[in-house]
Design a protein around this ligand. Structure first.
Ligand code: TGC
Ligand code: FAD
Length: 401
């Protein structure tokens, strides 16, 4: 019989709050966080390992997520959205990502990369047509910026559209698109005949539009990832987002999604820390719990320290976001720091669990593999270092002069 402690799925989650951050959250924040936490514990955590092992996306949860209000929670109630502040939005992402980064991806793409651009750059008709259904999960969306030859450098994109009088004709392709295999609509960034970037809403069923799935991922296995292929797709003119042009359109959406990732990464780190702490107190080696060894305590102490620093950074960022003062560079720093922090913690937690760290009875390895995508998408770790570098020096180092 195994001497290993009980799997984490059977243990109740206690979140680390070393600096009493709960005293700063409003009652509403805590209620929202606890509601999403309960949903994750009851509905997501029990099934996610199986879906990830099978590389399947639990799309049956979408209506429940819509009901819970996790799609576009920061957008106004007049469009069927919850109208919450950015700290509530962050806490929602934190709790979902404690369950799985792929499911947080599904929610943040929907809220920040599909609903946000329709809200911020769309016409009133587009808002009324799409937002209430997207909020409920009756429609799902994806966001097409990256192309096979243009990832970190999205401004080089080749996908383009031509004005054909009563419609636009769209050609090109997008790569690595979360939700694409099942999305009903895609917010696609493409260049017009003058080379200016615009957003178009492309609907499933439009002739020439296909969404092949990308298989064989070792990361984000419970999230569906695919391509978007446009072969002479006729897009109605009313599907152009009228109120933005240029790279600042998609980049503005990324600010919102990166903010959510900064919170989400804390959720993963909390889950890894909690799992490792419980395990280390119960696992006996050399006649004592492994938590009694100084080297284990060093790992746990460093994990808690890094989580606490990330919590304080992110809480302050949330306040600034609520006040409209959070800059791209501030959000970028939090995304980079917190994902890197979570990845380090996942690796340390896996070591604490020894051999049990690599099996699906515990969430560690799944989180660790997921984070390998999170550290790359929405701007790689190094691109975010360069964003901070540009912020402090005023010199962009993205390309050779
Ligand atoms: P650069 O010359 O710096 O800027 C071009 C124009 O864009 C504006 N801009 C922004 N505007 C608003 N918010 C931001 N965050 C902005 N960043 C840039 C900028 O002001 C300028 O505007 P204008 O009016 O002067 O023309 O652009 P660059 O070509 O040198 O590139 C800069 C760089 C490398 C920082 C940027 O392109 C970048 O961040 N690259 C990373 C690409 C990226 O993050 N892709 C993400 C794809 S989506 C995704 O990964 C979804 S994962 C989904 C999930 O969660 O599952
Ligand atoms: P590259 O840009 O080719 O980068 C490769 C390496 O070169 C990296 O280490 C990078 O840091 C480095 N590098 C590049 N440029 C520089 C530079 N100037 N200076 C120093 N180093 C540099 N995109 C979407 O549009 N929508 C989505 O929904 C979406 N979902 C995704 C889901 C998953 C699972 C993944 C893996 C990706 C997703 N992406 C999505 C794409 C993601 O944003 C890109 O993968 C990311 O921006 C990096 O682009 P790339 O993979 O082409 O890498």
């Amino acid at each position: 019989m195994s001497q290993a402690p009980a799997p984490a799925a059977t243990q109740s989650f206690v979140h680390p709050d070393h600096y009493l951050l709960d005293e700063l959250f409003s009652e509403e924040h805590k209620l929202i966080r606890n509601a999403v936490r309960s949903w994750v514990t009851e509905r997501l955590s029990p099934i996610i390992e199986d879906f990830a092992q099978r590389s399947a996306c639990p799309t049956h949860l979408i209506p429940e997520m819509g009901e819970l209000g996790v799609f576009g929670p920061q957008l106004p109630q007049e469009y069927g959205c919850p109208g919450l502040d950015y700290i509530a939005y962050g806490l929602i992402m934190q709790e979902i990502e404690r369950g799985d980064s792929g499911i947080r991806s599904m929610a943040s793409v929907q809220g920040s990369l599909v609903m946000y651009p329709i809200y911020a750059y769309g016409s009133e008709e587009q808002r009324r047509k799409y937002l209430p259904k997207l909020a409920k999960g009756e429609l799902m969306g994806c966001f097409g910026l990256t192309e096979p030859d243009f990832g970190s450098n999205p401004g080089g994109m080749r996908t383009h559209f031509a004005d054909k009088g009563d419609h636009y004709l769209l050609n090109g392709s997008k790569m690595w698109i979360s939700n694409s295999p099942f999305a009903d609509i895609a917010v696609v960034w493409a260049k017009n005949e003058q080379g200016k970037i615009h957003g178009l809403i492309v609907e499933r069923g439009m002739e020439g539009f296909t969404t092949p799935e990308i298989h064989n991922k070792w990361s984000l296995r419970a999230s569906a990832t695919g391509e978007l292929v446009f072969d002479n797709v006729k897009v109605p003119k009313e599907n152009l987002l009228p109120n933005v042009s240029g790279l600042k359109g998609p980049m503005g959406c990324l600010d919102s999604a990166r903010y959510g990732i900064a919170w989400g990464a804390i959720g993963v780190a909390m889950d890894c820390y909690h799992t490792a702490l419980k395990y280390s107190l119960e696992r006996i080696q050399f006649d004592v719990p492994i938590a009694a060894f100084q080297l284990t305590q060093k790992k746990l102490a460093e994990m808690l320290t890094e989580i606490t620093k990330a919590q304080l950074l992110t809480y302050r960022l949330g306040q600034l976001k609520n006040e409209g003062k959070a800059t791209t560079a501030m959000i970028s720093m939090a995304k980079r720091n917190n994902v890197d922090m979570a990845l380090t913690i996942a690796r340390e937690a896996r070591q604490i669990l020894g051999g049990m760290g690599i099996v699906g009875d515990y969430p560690i390895m799944r989180h660790m593999m997921n984070l390998e995508s999170v550290v790359t998408y929405e701007g790689t770790h190094d691109i975010h270092l360069l964003i901070t570098g540009m912020d402090v020096t005023g010199i962009p180092a993205f390309r050779k002069a």
